[in-house]
Design a protein around this ligand. Structure first.
Ligand code: DGL
Length: 274
């Protein structure tokens, strides 16, 4: 049976995955997308692995039950903890994570192989980025740093200003110290989908010479390649997005609008219970 008419399912703990949704909309404008943000249980990044796996399996299971032709796990924390389990449970459904595409983008962007990855505590502790980048580029040196506070700041819609800038400096100033010139990292990888809106602030903190990369565009390209390879790409159709949350539609609409760059109304967002 050809499932090309079904939507692509995109999942995150909250708003972060909307950065990936935007890239999917740009790269695959004819695809319908169903987005689920598990805001009732956010953040995932400070939780233990078993909890993250359980939440991820439940959220993904809901999207699969609704009918999707592909699942994009637009959350690094969920990808790092649960991607193999998801693929095993839902085979042959194509399931993409964001870690491999992010690692590929960083490995290709860096000239000197010195890469800093910022992500949640759980993603950094899992070591997935360090391993994925080393596979693509064995000469690299990867430093991981957990930047936990960026997640609630993003969910609060505080994407710029003195609090965000102070937080970024506290996390990163020692690494991107302008006084130390020898062997400075030349690439900053955003290993959390909540972080791309902070790029203007991060740019000021790390300096103009550092390349800042994330996994959104590369993930969308992977999704396109995977759908094309399976003969499931849609054409001649204007893709429609459906938004689901596990708590507080009004809040999802408010912060989601900031992430998407267009206005979402409360009535555009549906509640699901996991
Ligand atoms: N957006 C998620 C990620 O990419 C993390 C947010 C959270 O801690 O729930 O890792």
């Amino acid at each position: 049976m050809n499932n090309s008419h079904l939507p692509v399912g995109v999942f995150d703990s909250g708003m972060g995955g909307l950065t990936v949704l935007k890239a999917i909309n740009a790269c695959l404008p004819a695809e319908d997308v169903t987005y689920l943000g598990d805001t009732a249980r956010l953040p995932y990044g400070t939780k233990g692995r078993e909890t993250i796996v359980r939440y991820t399996m439940q959220a993904a299971g809901r999207l699969v039950d609704m009918g999707v032709k592909m699942l994009v796990v637009a959350c690094n924390t969920a990808t790092s903890a649960a991607l193999p389990d998801l693929r095993e449970r839902y085979a042959p459904l194509p399931i993409l994570g964001v870690v491999e595409p992010g690692a590929t983008a960083a490995a290709h962007a860096s000239r000197n192989g010195q890469i800093v990855v910022i992500a949640t505590e759980a993603t950094i502790a899992s070591g997935v980025y360090q391993q994925a980048i080393a596979r693509i580029r064995p000469d690299s040196q990867v430093l991981g740093r957990a930047c936990t506070l960026f997640v609630p700041l993003a969910e609060e819609g505080w994407l710029k200003g003195s609090v965000v800038e102070g937080t970024a400096k506290r996390y990163l100033k020692d690494i991107f110290n302008p006084v130390v010139t020898a062997s400075r990292p030349d690439t900053l990888l955003l290993g959390c989908t909540h972080f791309p809106p902070f790029v203007p602030v991060l740019r000021r903190v790390v300096g103009g010479a550092v390349r800042i990369v994330d996994s959104a565009a590369t993930t969308a390209q992977c999704a396109r390649g995977e759908l094309a390879a399976r003969g499931m790409l849609r054409e001649d159709h204007a893709g429609v997005c459906r938004f689901l949350t596990t708590d507080n539609q009004a809040r999802f609409a408010r912060t989601g609008s900031l992430f998407l760059g267009y206005s979402l109304k409360r009535s555009d967002v549906e509640i699901v219970n996991l």
